[in-house]
Design a binder for this molecule. Sequence first.
Ligand SMILES: C[S@@+](CC[C@H](N)C(=O)[O-])C[C@H]1O[C@@H](n2cnc3c(N)ncnc32)[C@H](O)[C@@H]1O
Length: 396
Amino acid sequence: MKKNIEKLDNFGRGITFVDDKITFVPKALPGDVVDIEVTNKKSKYNEATINRIITNSPSRIESKCPYFDKCGGCTFLNTTYDNTIAIKKNKILDLIKRNNIDVKEYTFIENREPFGYRNKISLQIVDGKLGYFEEKTHKITKIDKCLLAKEPINNFIPKIHLFGIKNGKVTIRCNYKEELLISIEAEDHIKNLGDDIIDANNIWGIVLNGKCIYGRDSFTEKIKDLYFEVSYDSFFQINTYITQKLFEIVENNVTGNVLDLYCGVGTLSIVASKKAKSVVGAEVVENAVKNAKKNAKLNNVENVEFILQDLNKGIDTNNKYDTFILDPPRSGISNKIMNLLLNELPDKIIYVSCDPQTFFRDLNLLKEKYEINKIYSLDMFSYTYHCESIAILERK
Ligand SMILES: C[S@@+](CC[C@H](N)C(=O)[O-])C[C@H]1O[C@@H](n2cnc3c(N)ncnc32)[C@H](O)[C@@H]1O
């Protein structure tokens, strides 16, 4: 059926209406006229796919990626980079307005190079077929290359079949020295790679189901003049250029005694330590806390300490902290941490988020007691609908 795409939803899908019911169409842009097929009817909405584009949106361009139409990895390779920024900016400005957030300043930081920026990708293998999942399914889009990934990662993709994995997941990380750290989750018997493949691809380590089977299970990453040991299972920001910008914003805004919650391998704690009196970082992944302790030593930092803590259970604070840094997963800060903030009311909060919905949910709870001096959007995840945000809050 022929439909006009009116606008985008929060996941970058086109919106149209079928018999007055909202219908989401992935990979459709506002202004497109498309022939669609409803593939999933729910009580409150439909999901549909594009059979054919009848008239192109003025903002539509030819995708540079041959897998784009099917692959669930990217959202916006069918439009210009400038338009992706306009889409993300409008979304954040709309959330600011709808949540009645009185923000003094808003800045958008673009990616320096919106292709080849990802230092980590995870590929799925189903019945020997390697690729990304299609949008919202477990069907594989077979790929040989990902335009968002760093080049050494792409060079290794055609070698993955040598492991002989039938079903599983392969995560490839690439650091500043272009070394690869590979983590495999699979039940199959894994074949060893030959020395020639290991050397030619600069493979630093291979981990199978949490056990190191070649080299080391962590490697060293460098951002600006700082070094970070990162285990195969520790979080690390996927975009080095944007992470530099994140570091600058954190460094320029911390004061006094700092509590860095959801600290990962200690990146923001170590950055904050330059301006802070003291820093305590807390994190739930054991290897990440081990990495963080080592990273303090690696960077000759003495005023930080790290603790292993599940922040869903809260955290005991005997000291008074002047600044809280929060960088939670997509689910946002836990109820216990929100209660802690509203009880302790630190002078400053630096809230870093990769999910605008939970970010604004949490800002809404804090806005009574805090001025929201500045919000930054950072294009950490170019060409996808995801958007990184930072808010700088000061006690009223
Ligand atoms: C977005 S990352 C931020 C890490 C770090 N700030 C950085 O920039 O590298 C979120 C971190 O929260 C951690 N995390 C997730 N759930 C947690 C929980 N319940 N308690 C403590 N940490 C948690 C993750 O392991 C991850 O390291």
